[in-house]
Design a protein around this ligand. Structure first.
Ligand SMILES: Nc1nc2c(ncn2[C@@H]2O[C@H](COP(=O)(O)OP(=O)(O)O)[C@@H](O)[C@H]2O)c(=O)[nH]1
Ligand SMILES: [Mg+2]
Length: 208
């Protein structure tokens, strides 16, 4: 759930990199760490089950936007806690042919967990990245699309080189920011007083 702090003029979004263990989520976050200037990102925070990284994605309507990126393995025990409050998902599929079942199972677990958390899995912004495209025997993208029921918009990536990994993040950011701006218009309308026509300056947590 995005958090808007009007006092500090900051907006925080949470994005989960989700997929089967070994699909390349940690490698992708590592790549962001190596490529982004230290002034625009936090240190990578590593715990037993996850890694997370905060990056500064610039200004939007005078607000500083921050993205909290969290890597979540589909078989991690605290998956509900980690997915809770997310504004969007980047599903990182493993293009290794023998990982097809793991990709399908991970997608099922993701959808079930999101439903349990009260999300509509079909409405939550989700970008699919097929990683490890450098493998000479990588599964054909259309086979993965079919197995995961994806109609369009898949991004083909290589976590090791960083090929196209920023494209996935950009795509999700654009979708989430667009949704946020539409909701913010409604939110502002409900916080506008009839007397002075000013918006409330209180911190507002926008709902999903
Ligand atoms: N060939 C290849 N290997 C990758 C790629 N991305 C990650 N890996 C390797 O896959 C393994 C698992 O990656 P990791 O990031 O730990 O996966 P995670 O469990 O999803 O966090 C590591 O040995 C990585 O070096 C990729 O795009 N191509
Ligand atoms: Mg990992």
């Amino acid at each position: 759930m995005s958090l808007c702090n009007h006092t500090q003029r900051e907006i925080f979004f949470k994005f989960c990199y989700f997929g089967p263990q070994g699909s390349g989520k940690s490698t992708i976050l590592d790549h962001f760490c190596r490529k982004l200037d230290r002034h625009h990102r936090s240190e990578l925070v590593v715990t037993e089950n996850t890694e997370s990284l905060r990056i500064d994605s610039g200004q939007m309507h005078g607000y500083r936007t921050q993205l909290d990126l969290v890597a979540v393995d589909s078989d991690t025990p605290d998956i509900s806690d980690l997915l809770s409050g997310t504004d969007g998902i980047i599903f990182v599929a493993d293009s290794t042919p023998d990982q097809l079942i793991e990709n399908i199972e991970a997608q099922q677990i993701m959808r079930q967990t999101l439903e349990q958390l009260g999300y509509d899995p079909d409405a939550l912004p989700c970008v699919y990245q097929f990683n490890k495209r450098d493998l000479h025997h990588a599964i054909a993208p259309h086979q993965l699309d079919e197995a995961l029921g994806i109609k369009s918009g898949t991004i083909l990536t290589c976590g090791l080189s960083g090929y196209e990994v920023f494209a996935g993040l950009d795509q999700l950011t654009q979708i989430v920011l667009k949704n946020f701006c539409s909701r913010a218009v409604i939110d502002r309308a409900t916080h506008t007083t009839k007397e002075d026509g000013q918006t409330s300056s209180s911190d507002v947590a926008l709902s999903r």
